[in-house]
Design a binder for this molecule. Structure first.
Ligand SMILES: [Zn+2]
Length: 332
């Protein structure tokens, strides 16, 4: 369901959402899968529509307006819907972050402030932490911690300015028949959680696991005693003694180390390092992008604040014409 084709280029995207009416039709279908129901009086049935105001549907019974943007990031702004859609597309399809100036130029906006506000609101969706816990019965979860950021050079030994973070990664087994199965023992990374932690004590590390991972999940860690009480806390716990042998770590914790390595590259390349007080926001953005990397349409919808990823109309249904606007007909 979530594994849908997503517009791979701006021309494709433009074809799908050419104007405000097309965006409004998408929002309407996202909001009312079974057809319009008035939010004020609960009456179902075809509402009044206004060509000049595609974002408004007026109830035929109580005559009140229902706004398509209610409850979304677009609510209460004067920016046209298709600018929002283009903005969300740019933010969700480009891996590195984008500056407000680049954004203004790409969207052809005359005011810098508008670009800044849109970018700010879309980014807010990314830095809001995903709150559900990861880990499913059939998977296990790798957990490890790492020092990140800061400058150590020229400041003597140690880890000055570095921040300790913890990571949990769902590990799934690839289909044995897949040609990719040889890589990393056939394992693939599912969802992740990342958090700044105070220190390497059991309170901090097990506290992180309890907030991030479903109980009774199998959790794999290294032999550090900060994780020793996981079994007592309701997890199935496998700890592997690394003994400074990198091969053991690679065998037991390949995914979490891959995530740390990608994260460090992303922070360094995109943001030229991040100060400790902003690190958690960047961890959340990285998590948002990582967890939706195969489902860009989900991130697009999350950015716009459209609820219920699975209930929203899909790109496929839009494109094949299964779903169509009651008035303006199908697309494609
Ligand atoms: Zn009504």
């Amino acid at each position: 369901m979530a594994d849908l084709p997503f517009p791979r280029s701006l021309p494709e995207f433009q074809k799908l959402f050419p104007d405000d009416a097309a965006c409004a039709a998408y929002l309407e279908a996202a909001k009312w899968r079974e057809g319009f129901v008035c939010a004020h009086c609960g009456t179902a049935g075809e509402p009044f529509r206004f060509e000049a105001r595609p974002g408004v549907l007026r109830c035929r019974k109580c005559r009140k307006d229902n706004r398509l943007t209610a409850g979304t990031v677009m609510e209460g702004t004067h920016t046209p819907l298709n600018v929002w859609f283009w903005a969300a597309y740019l933010v969700s399809s480009q891996t590195p972050g984008m500056s407000a100036v680049q954004f203004q130029r790409q969207l052809g906006l005359s005011r810098y402030e508008t670009a800044f506000q849109i970018l700010h609101k879309l980014r807010a969706a990314m830095v809001r932490p995903d709150s559900d816990r990861i880990g499913q019965i059939e998977d296990h979860v790798e957990v490890d911690e790492a020092w990140i950021g800061g400058k150590t050079r020229g400041e003597g030994r140690g880890v000055h300015d570095q921040t300790l973070i913890a990571c949990a990664v769902e590990v799934r087994q690839r289909d044995p028949a897949s040609p990719l199965n040889k890589r990393k023992g056939g394992r693939i990374a599912g969802r992740i959680r990342l958090s700044v932690v105070d220190d390497r004590t059991a309170k901090s590390l097990c506290g992180f696991v309890e907030a991030a991972v479903n109980p009774s999940t199998m959790v794999v860690t290294d032999g550090w005693n900060g994780y020793a009480s996981l079994a007592k806390r309701g997890y199935e716990h496998l700890s592997c003694a690394e003994n400074d042998d990198p091969q053991v770590a690679e065998d037991y914790l390949p995914m979490v180390h891959m995530v740390f390595s990608n994260l460090k590259t992303w922070l360094k390349g995109t943001h030229h390092g991040v100060s400790p007080q902003h690190l958690q926001a960047y961890l959340n953005e990285f998590t948002f992008r990582f967890n939706r990397r195969h489902y860009p349409f989900n991130s697009f919808r999350s950015l716009l604040g459209l609820a219920g990823g699975n209930e929203a109309p899909t790109y496929a249904s839009l494109y094949s014409g299964d779903w169509h606007h009651p008035k303006c007909g199908g697309h494609g």
